[in-house]
Design a protein around this ligand. Structure first.
Ligand code: RIB
Ligand code: CA
Length: 305
Protein backbone atom coordinates (compact mmCIF):
# COMPACT_ATOMS: atom_id res chain seq x y z
CA UNK A 1 0.00 0.00 0.00
CA UNK A 2 1.80 3.20 -1.10
CA UNK A 3 2.13 5.60 1.84
CA UNK A 4 0.39 8.85 2.46
CA UNK A 5 3.12 11.45 2.10
CA UNK A 6 3.91 14.74 3.74
CA UNK A 7 6.64 16.49 1.76
CA UNK A 8 8.78 19.22 3.36
CA UNK A 9 10.44 21.28 0.67
CA UNK A 10 12.55 24.30 -0.27
CA UNK A 11 11.31 24.21 -3.89
CA UNK A 12 13.71 24.72 -6.10
CA UNK A 13 13.66 23.02 -9.45
CA UNK A 14 14.56 19.51 -8.34
CA UNK A 15 12.00 19.77 -5.54
CA UNK A 16 9.31 20.64 -8.11
CA UNK A 17 10.38 17.62 -10.19
CA UNK A 18 10.01 15.49 -7.04
CA UNK A 19 6.59 16.95 -6.28
CA UNK A 20 5.42 16.15 -9.81
CA UNK A 21 6.61 12.56 -9.35
CA UNK A 22 4.61 12.19 -6.14
CA UNK A 23 1.51 14.08 -7.31
CA UNK A 24 1.19 12.11 -10.53
CA UNK A 25 2.07 8.67 -9.19
CA UNK A 26 -0.97 6.35 -9.25
CA UNK A 27 -2.10 5.27 -5.79
CA UNK A 28 0.01 7.85 -3.93
CA UNK A 29 -1.61 10.52 -1.79
CA UNK A 30 0.25 13.70 -0.92
CA UNK A 31 -1.59 14.75 2.22
CA UNK A 32 0.29 18.01 2.81
CA UNK A 33 3.28 20.03 1.60
CA UNK A 34 5.26 22.09 4.11
CA UNK A 35 7.77 24.72 3.06
CA UNK A 36 10.88 26.53 4.32
CA UNK A 37 13.70 28.70 3.09
CA UNK A 38 16.60 26.97 1.38
CA UNK A 39 17.11 27.20 -2.36
CA UNK A 40 15.12 30.45 -2.18
CA UNK A 41 13.13 32.35 0.47
CA UNK A 42 10.14 30.49 1.92
CA UNK A 43 7.64 32.93 0.38
CA UNK A 44 9.01 32.07 -3.09
CA UNK A 45 9.07 28.36 -2.13
CA UNK A 46 5.38 28.42 -1.16
CA UNK A 47 4.50 30.13 -4.44
CA UNK A 48 6.57 27.56 -6.37
CA UNK A 49 4.72 24.72 -4.69
CA UNK A 50 1.37 26.27 -5.63
CA UNK A 51 2.56 26.65 -9.23
CA UNK A 52 3.63 23.00 -9.27
CA UNK A 53 0.23 21.91 -7.93
CA UNK A 54 -1.41 23.83 -10.80
CA UNK A 55 0.81 22.00 -13.30
CA UNK A 56 -0.17 18.70 -11.69
CA UNK A 57 -3.82 19.76 -11.67
CA UNK A 58 -3.95 18.91 -7.95
CA UNK A 59 -5.03 20.62 -4.75
CA UNK A 60 -2.97 19.80 -1.63
CA UNK A 61 -2.78 21.86 1.59
CA UNK A 62 0.44 23.95 1.56
CA UNK A 63 1.90 25.37 4.77
CA UNK A 64 4.51 28.11 5.18
CA UNK A 65 7.38 27.18 7.52
CA UNK A 66 10.55 28.79 8.77
CA UNK A 67 12.34 31.51 6.83
CA UNK A 68 15.83 30.76 8.16
CA UNK A 69 17.97 28.08 9.82
CA UNK A 70 18.24 27.69 13.61
CA UNK A 71 21.70 29.27 13.88
CA UNK A 72 23.21 29.86 10.41
CA UNK A 73 22.37 32.78 8.20
CA UNK A 74 20.29 31.55 5.30
CA UNK A 75 22.25 30.44 2.23
CA UNK A 76 20.17 30.60 -0.93
CA UNK A 77 20.98 28.79 -4.20
CA UNK A 78 19.46 31.22 -6.72
CA UNK A 79 22.46 30.74 -8.99
CA UNK A 80 21.38 27.11 -9.45
CA UNK A 81 17.58 27.41 -9.30
CA UNK A 82 17.02 30.96 -10.59
CA UNK A 83 15.84 34.06 -8.73
CA UNK A 84 12.29 32.72 -8.44
CA UNK A 85 13.50 29.20 -7.61
CA UNK A 86 11.93 27.61 -10.70
CA UNK A 87 14.32 28.67 -13.42
CA UNK A 88 12.94 32.20 -14.06
CA UNK A 89 10.79 30.98 -16.97
CA UNK A 90 7.80 33.31 -16.53
CA UNK A 91 5.39 30.74 -15.15
CA UNK A 92 1.78 31.89 -14.60
CA UNK A 93 0.77 33.10 -11.14
CA UNK A 94 -0.57 30.22 -9.00
CA UNK A 95 -4.30 29.74 -8.46
CA UNK A 96 -4.11 28.34 -4.94
CA UNK A 97 -3.44 29.85 -1.51
CA UNK A 98 -1.32 28.69 1.41
CA UNK A 99 -2.95 27.58 4.67
CA UNK A 100 -2.91 29.96 7.67
CA UNK A 101 -1.39 27.36 10.06
CA UNK A 102 2.39 27.34 10.50
CA UNK A 103 4.07 24.35 8.87
CA UNK A 104 5.67 23.12 12.09
CA UNK A 105 2.31 23.14 13.88
CA UNK A 106 0.69 21.35 10.93
CA UNK A 107 3.39 18.66 10.98
CA UNK A 108 2.86 18.00 14.70
CA UNK A 109 -0.95 18.12 14.42
CA UNK A 110 -1.22 15.74 11.46
CA UNK A 111 1.24 13.20 12.86
CA UNK A 112 -0.43 13.21 16.31
CA UNK A 113 -3.94 12.96 14.85
CA UNK A 114 -3.06 9.86 12.79
CA UNK A 115 -0.10 8.01 14.31
CA UNK A 116 1.51 5.65 11.80
CA UNK A 117 -0.31 7.08 8.79
CA UNK A 118 2.11 9.57 7.22
CA UNK A 119 5.55 9.11 5.71
CA UNK A 120 7.52 12.34 5.87
CA UNK A 121 9.88 13.11 3.00
CA UNK A 122 12.17 16.06 3.69
CA UNK A 123 13.85 17.48 0.60
CA UNK A 124 15.21 20.75 1.99
CA UNK A 125 17.04 21.83 5.15
CA UNK A 126 15.68 20.06 8.23
CA UNK A 127 14.68 23.12 10.26
CA UNK A 128 10.90 22.48 10.19
CA UNK A 129 11.43 18.81 11.08
CA UNK A 130 13.77 19.68 13.96
CA UNK A 131 11.34 22.24 15.37
CA UNK A 132 8.45 19.76 15.12
CA UNK A 133 10.59 17.25 17.01
CA UNK A 134 11.31 19.76 19.77
CA UNK A 135 7.68 20.93 19.93
CA UNK A 136 6.35 17.36 20.17
CA UNK A 137 8.92 14.70 21.17
CA UNK A 138 6.45 12.03 20.00
CA UNK A 139 6.56 13.46 16.45
CA UNK A 140 9.20 11.03 15.09
CA UNK A 141 7.32 8.02 16.40
CA UNK A 142 3.98 9.30 15.16
CA UNK A 143 5.27 9.00 11.60
CA UNK A 144 5.08 5.80 9.52
CA UNK A 145 8.51 6.59 8.08
CA UNK A 146 11.05 9.31 7.40
CA UNK A 147 13.18 9.82 4.30
CA UNK A 148 15.42 12.83 3.77
CA UNK A 149 17.51 14.12 0.92
CA UNK A 150 20.63 15.33 2.64
CA UNK A 151 24.18 14.63 3.62
CA UNK A 152 27.17 13.05 1.99
CA UNK A 153 28.17 9.69 3.51
CA UNK A 154 31.56 9.81 1.78
CA UNK A 155 31.95 13.55 2.42
CA UNK A 156 31.60 14.44 -1.26
CA UNK A 157 30.11 17.84 -0.55
CA UNK A 158 28.33 20.09 -3.04
CA UNK A 159 28.22 23.23 -0.89
CA UNK A 160 31.48 22.89 1.03
CA UNK A 161 34.21 20.35 0.37
CA UNK A 162 32.49 17.89 2.73
CA UNK A 163 28.89 19.09 3.21
CA UNK A 164 25.72 18.76 1.15
CA UNK A 165 23.45 21.82 0.78
CA UNK A 166 20.47 20.81 2.98
CA UNK A 167 22.62 19.75 5.93
CA UNK A 168 25.13 22.55 5.37
CA UNK A 169 22.32 25.12 5.55
CA UNK A 170 21.17 23.95 8.98
CA UNK A 171 23.58 21.51 10.66
CA UNK A 172 21.97 21.94 14.08
CA UNK A 173 18.57 20.96 12.68
CA UNK A 174 20.07 17.91 10.99
CA UNK A 175 21.80 16.92 14.23
CA UNK A 176 18.56 17.22 16.21
CA UNK A 177 16.71 15.10 13.64
CA UNK A 178 19.35 12.37 13.37
CA UNK A 179 19.63 12.20 17.17
CA UNK A 180 15.84 12.05 17.65
CA UNK A 181 14.47 9.82 14.89
CA UNK A 182 14.63 6.07 15.59
CA UNK A 183 15.09 5.38 11.86
CA UNK A 184 15.77 7.55 8.84
CA UNK A 185 16.39 6.79 5.17
CA UNK A 186 19.16 8.95 3.75
CA UNK A 187 19.33 9.97 0.10
CA UNK A 188 22.78 11.49 -0.19
CA UNK A 189 24.64 13.61 -2.67
CA UNK A 190 26.80 10.61 -3.60
CA UNK A 191 23.67 8.60 -4.47
CA UNK A 192 22.60 11.52 -6.64
CA UNK A 193 25.95 11.68 -8.46
CA UNK A 194 25.86 7.92 -9.05
CA UNK A 195 22.34 8.11 -10.50
CA UNK A 196 22.35 11.00 -12.98
CA UNK A 197 19.55 10.69 -15.54
CA UNK A 198 21.16 10.63 -19.03
CA UNK A 199 20.46 13.76 -21.07
CA UNK A 200 18.87 11.76 -23.90
CA UNK A 201 16.10 10.62 -21.52
CA UNK A 202 15.32 14.25 -20.73
CA UNK A 203 15.47 15.13 -24.45
CA UNK A 204 12.88 12.40 -25.19
CA UNK A 205 10.35 14.46 -23.19
CA UNK A 206 10.84 17.64 -25.22
CA UNK A 207 8.19 16.72 -27.81
CA UNK A 208 5.65 15.52 -25.23
CA UNK A 209 2.49 17.45 -24.44
CA UNK A 210 0.51 17.86 -21.23
CA UNK A 211 0.52 20.37 -18.36
CA UNK A 212 2.86 18.44 -16.07
CA UNK A 213 5.45 17.42 -18.66
CA UNK A 214 5.51 20.88 -20.25
CA UNK A 215 6.04 22.44 -16.78
CA UNK A 216 8.75 19.86 -16.05
CA UNK A 217 10.54 20.65 -19.32
CA UNK A 218 10.32 24.43 -18.76
CA UNK A 219 11.77 24.43 -15.23
CA UNK A 220 14.37 21.74 -15.97
CA UNK A 221 16.00 23.76 -18.77
CA UNK A 222 17.58 26.21 -16.32
CA UNK A 223 19.23 23.57 -14.15
CA UNK A 224 20.21 21.51 -17.22
CA UNK A 225 22.16 24.49 -18.60
CA UNK A 226 23.94 24.87 -15.24
CA UNK A 227 24.75 21.17 -14.95
CA UNK A 228 25.99 20.88 -18.54
CA UNK A 229 28.18 23.95 -18.00
CA UNK A 230 29.68 22.19 -14.98
CA UNK A 231 30.33 19.02 -16.96
CA UNK A 232 27.57 16.77 -15.58
CA UNK A 233 26.79 13.77 -17.82
CA UNK A 234 23.12 13.82 -16.85
CA UNK A 235 20.36 15.45 -14.74
CA UNK A 236 20.93 15.41 -10.97
CA UNK A 237 17.54 14.68 -9.37
CA UNK A 238 18.26 14.28 -5.63
CA UNK A 239 14.79 15.20 -4.38
CA UNK A 240 12.95 13.01 -6.89
CA UNK A 241 15.18 10.08 -5.85
CA UNK A 242 14.11 10.68 -2.24
CA UNK A 243 10.40 10.81 -3.07
CA UNK A 244 10.59 7.78 -5.38
CA UNK A 245 12.40 5.75 -2.71
CA UNK A 246 9.77 6.63 -0.11
CA UNK A 247 6.95 5.69 -2.50
CA UNK A 248 8.58 2.50 -3.84
CA UNK A 249 11.31 1.15 -1.53
CA UNK A 250 11.57 -1.80 -3.94
CA UNK A 251 13.67 0.35 -6.30
CA UNK A 252 16.49 0.26 -3.75
CA UNK A 253 19.11 -2.31 -4.80
CA UNK A 254 21.76 -1.62 -2.12
CA UNK A 255 21.67 0.09 1.26
CA UNK A 256 23.67 -0.02 4.45
CA UNK A 257 22.63 0.85 7.98
CA UNK A 258 24.95 2.95 10.12
CA UNK A 259 25.09 5.58 12.80
CA UNK A 260 25.24 9.04 11.24
CA UNK A 261 26.08 12.24 13.09
CA UNK A 262 26.56 15.86 12.02
CA UNK A 263 29.72 17.89 12.60
CA UNK A 264 28.78 21.25 14.13
CA UNK A 265 32.06 22.94 14.95
CA UNK A 266 34.75 22.06 12.41
CA UNK A 267 36.15 25.02 10.52
CA UNK A 268 36.39 22.98 7.33
CA UNK A 269 33.85 20.30 8.25
CA UNK A 270 30.78 22.03 9.73
CA UNK A 271 27.70 20.36 8.20
CA UNK A 272 29.51 17.12 7.34
CA UNK A 273 27.50 13.93 7.92
CA UNK A 274 29.90 11.63 9.75
CA UNK A 275 29.32 7.86 9.54
CA UNK A 276 30.22 5.93 12.70
CA UNK A 277 30.21 2.18 11.91
CA UNK A 278 30.44 1.41 15.66
CA UNK A 279 27.42 3.38 16.89
CA UNK A 280 23.71 2.52 17.06
CA UNK A 281 22.67 2.27 13.40
CA UNK A 282 19.78 4.68 12.94
CA UNK A 283 20.14 5.60 9.27
CA UNK A 284 19.56 3.49 6.16
CA UNK A 285 22.08 4.92 3.71
CA UNK A 286 20.82 4.18 0.20
CA UNK A 287 23.77 3.27 -2.01
CA UNK A 288 22.11 2.13 -5.24
CA UNK A 289 18.68 2.19 -6.82
CA UNK A 290 17.23 0.84 -10.08
CA UNK A 291 17.57 4.00 -12.19
CA UNK A 292 15.42 2.64 -15.02
CA UNK A 293 12.52 1.98 -12.66
CA UNK A 294 12.98 5.41 -11.09
CA UNK A 295 12.79 7.09 -14.50
CA UNK A 296 9.71 5.01 -15.47
CA UNK A 297 8.02 6.34 -12.30
CA UNK A 298 8.94 9.90 -13.24
CA UNK A 299 7.63 9.57 -16.82
CA UNK A 300 4.43 7.89 -15.65
CA UNK A 301 3.78 10.75 -13.23
CA UNK A 302 4.22 13.33 -15.98
CA UNK A 303 1.36 11.73 -17.96
CA UNK A 304 2.99 12.85 -21.18
CA UNK A 305 1.04 12.39 -24.42
O1 RIB B 1 22.03 19.15 -2.20
C1 RIB B 1 20.86 19.07 -2.97
C2 RIB B 1 19.68 19.52 -2.17
O2 RIB B 1 19.80 20.91 -1.86
C3 RIB B 1 18.36 19.41 -2.96
O3 RIB B 1 17.31 19.18 -2.05
C4 RIB B 1 18.22 20.76 -3.58
O4 RIB B 1 16.86 21.09 -3.86
C5 RIB B 1 18.73 21.63 -2.47
O5 RIB B 1 17.68 21.83 -1.54
CA1 CA C 1 15.39 20.68 -2.09
Amino acid sequence: MPPQLIIDTDAGIDDAQALLLALGQPGVEVAAITTLSGNVHVDKVAKNVLKTLDAARQRVPVYRGVDRPLINDVNYAEDIHGTDGLGDCNLPEPSGQIEPEHAVLALCRMAAAHPGRYTLVAIGPLTNVALATRLDPAFPRNLAGFTFMGGAYEARGNTSSVAEFNVYNDPEAAAIVLNSFPRATMISWELTLNHLVPWDKLAALDSKRGPAVEFFNKISAFIEANLRRDGYQGMAMPDALAVATAIAPGIVTQSVRAHVQVELSGTLTRGQTVVDWRGRPQVDIIKHIDLERFWQMMVKSLRAE
